[in-house]
Design a protein around this ligand. Structure first.
Ligand SMILES: *Cc1c(COP(=O)(O)O)cnc(C)c1O
Length: 353
């Protein structure tokens, strides 16, 4: 008997850890950046009226109806869109498609913790680039040999927006690799660089329906880039599983995209509550980078983040905390409804004043 085992051939991965999904009544869930408002009523309507006979057939591989709606909404040709099962699916696909160099891929040290997970899974070398002492992403730090660049804008979990000028500098100084800008939170006040895909053929912009369109549970994400980038992603996707976008998601997605008025209304409400939340946090002795997202990354001048986190959890208020270097005194607080935030501040005032 050899002492070889099938265990020797198992791919070892440390998976991404998402924020918990607690159950129970009266819980205020501000730990995974979901939208507190429901999706557009047009989504509910199409689901009620759906003819299930369409499930007999495979869905359209390119999610064509959704791509058409996106193309109209974002004023870009259909060949520039790739749609996936949440932007996590789109991003994983993009890593697999574009990051094939022996040189390291670059991303910020403080960022979306899924990036190192995909890099490890796909055996892509990577290096992290330090954000500065104010958590800013600086273009000059990305002027070095690499196998690709990815960062969220606004960044997560800091919520800081990197200016379009800085983003364009990063793209310009990395023309021989693909630069991915993950715009998961762009609709909460930032400026998208989708327009720059007309100027730079190495730019891929990724967005999601999970945050600003209140559809995390439906799993829809998309990428915009020049048609050659998109075709390369499709070739990889169609080599794994062509039919990932189910018919329900495609149809519900179309309705969500078409209802611009509702979308803008809920984003506006959320931004108002965010600005109110900033003032309240300041009054209570918190500091935070200027948020352009649907969450705030806050640190208290006197109480430790871990203590506040534990206290809030006991009160049924879930926020996100990471016991990691450089960010272990910060809480990431998702913006809820105004009513939810009122409750959060009653609890915080009891504790801190
Ligand atoms: C939430 C988030 C995503 C992905 O969300 P999906 O639900 O998979 O679309 C991607 N990037 C960042 C930075 C996020 O915060």
């Amino acid at each position: 008997m050899s002492d070889k085992s099938w265990r020797d051939n198992v791919r070892q991965v440390v998976p991404y850890i998402a924020g918990e999904q607690p159950e129970g009544e009266n819980i205020i869930k501000l730990n995974t950046n979901e939208n507190p408002y429901p999706p557009s009523p047009a989504v509910a309507k199409i689901l009620r009226e759906m003819d299930t006979d369409c499930f007999r057939l495979y869905p359209n591989m390119d999610a064509a109806p959704l791509v058409k709606a996106l193309s109209q909404e974002y004023n870009q040709p259909e060949e520039k869109f790739f749609v996936g099962v949440g932007s996590d699916d789109v991003l994983a696909n993009a890593f697999l498609t574009f990051f094939n160099s022996n040189l390291p891929v670059l991303f910020p040290d403080i960022t979306y913790s899924f990036y190192p997970v995909w890099a490890d899974l796909f055996r892509i070398p990577y290096e992290t680039v330090l954000v500065d002492e104010n958590f800013a992403i600086c273009a000059k730090d990305y002027e070095r040999k690499n196998g690709g660049v990815i960062f969220p804008n606004p960044n997560a979990p800091t919520a800081l927006f990197t200016s379009v000028e800085q983003v364009e500098k990063i793209i310009q100084s990395n023309k021989d690799v693909v630069v991915i800008v993950d715009e998961a939170y762009i609709d909460f006040g930032g400026t998208s660089v989708i327009g720059l895909t007309e100027k730079y053929d190495n730019l891929l912009v990724v967005q999601t329906f999970s945050k600003s369109r209140s559809m995390a549970g439906m799993r829809i994400g998309f990428a915009v880039g020049n048609p050659q980038l998109i075709q390369a992603m499709k070739d990889v996707k169609f080599s794994i599983n062509s039919y990932t976008m189910n018919q329900t998601a495609i149809l519900a997605g179309v309705e969500a995209v078409k209802d611009r008025e509702y979308f803008e209304g809920t984003c506006q409400k959320l931004i108002q509550t965010r600005e109110w939340t900033k003032e309240k946090l300041t009054q209570l002795g918190f500091i935070y980078p200027q948020s352009m997202a649907n969450f705030i990354f806050a640190s208290h001048k006197k109480k430790s983040a871990k203590e506040i986190f534990t206290y809030l959890k006991e009160k049924g208020i879930y926020v996100r905390y990471w016991d990691k270097p450089r960010i272990d005194n910060y809480l990431r607080i998702t913006i809820g409804t105004q009513e939810q935030m009122n409750k959060v501040f009653s609890a915080l005032e009891q504790y801190l004043i």
